[in-house]
Write a protein that binds this ligand. Sequence first.
Ligand SMILES: [Fe+2]
Ligand SMILES: [Fe+2]
Length: 435
Amino acid sequence: MPIKIDAKLKRNIILQYTVVTFAVTLGVSLLLGTFLTQSLTEQAINAHISFFPKIISLTAKNSPGIYSFILSESASRRLEDIEGFASGIESFSSVFRVKIWDSNGNVIWSNDRELIGRNFENDPNYQLAIHGQTNSLFQLPEKEENSSERFAGTVLEIYTPIRQADKVIGVVELYEAAHELLGQIEKNRAIIWSLIAAAGILIYLLLFFIFFRAHMAQKDTILKVERTLDATIYALAYLAEIRDIETGKHLERTSKYVELIVKELQKSSGYSNYITEQYIVDLVKASPLHDVGKVGVLDAILRKPAKLTPEEFTEIKKHSVYGAEILKEANKKIGFQSLIEIAIQIAEFHHERWDGAGYPHGLAGDKIPLSARIMALADVYDALRSKRCYKDALSHAQSVKIIAEAKGTQFDPNVVDVFLLKEKEFERVSIELAD
Ligand SMILES: [Fe+2]
Ligand SMILES: [Fe+2]
């Protein structure tokens, strides 16, 4: 069962398109959203920290003791040199920790006294700052120098170089509670994601609408072409049939009989691979062409209101070869596999017999194409059930008996078995479509 569902999915072009465009639109939206929100976050943080070098240099100008504090040997540093600078920095509401580093990676002052005198010269953010680049990161609690800040939610650490006459002499590191900045970033991210979701949905719907319209237009065209083909096949078949005085609805009935047999035959294991859905459609559509070659038989024979002489019968037998020739000519113009190929088989071989005693080639058994073996039975059942100038119509029961007796001689035994299974439906069709 899962195989059948899978095959149906594969055929459903709209579903395929829906799934693929949905996946592509979703993928592109996610990529775009991720890229935009990331660059927005970076920009917001960069804009935020870009003020700090100015703040630091202004604060240092107001408390110039900071320069001598950083540049002195540790033993001779005087706390009063740093106090003005530190309190200036700490006055920013969200700053809660200040560290001042010298150019060797030593923390020379902090409002966390425990860190003073320790060296973290390999800290990558310190390294960036001491080389002149203001930078920041959200708190990494695992960093050793941050052991005392683990209590404080999300924190933005900002490393800013302190310059004296354009030369970086040390680094100021500020810890800032980041929830406000993050809140703003989060809001903007939400706006971007909503816009992208709306755009994605719009694009998806638009693409679906365009595809759906194109698909429907194409379907409509295919339907019209198919109907034109059906009508052409019927016209071609009737061209021959109309000259035959006694055939009536023969073409319609035999199509139905062929359909009954082939659909039932598909259920038996030996044929399930050979008889595809397309085969069934093609065979049923092609079946009216089985006698198209009658167009080449003289009126005097075809319309003779009496039993034919052996010579006349030899003439009329040629209709199978004529039919195949007409259709082979048509097939040359097509150049791809089509129902014309089945039509050729039917036209050429529908008077062959399972035992090899048929015409025109005397083929036997499965040398005769399956399509023609099916057509042969459908054609004969209809002939038996129809009145001719030289015979009465037989009853359904008589016809069934004759066909059952011809199993393995005139007809393919499997086709007869299927006929016997479906004979009630043959009778129904013969009544419904009676002349
Ligand atoms: Fe025929
Ligand atoms: Fe026929």
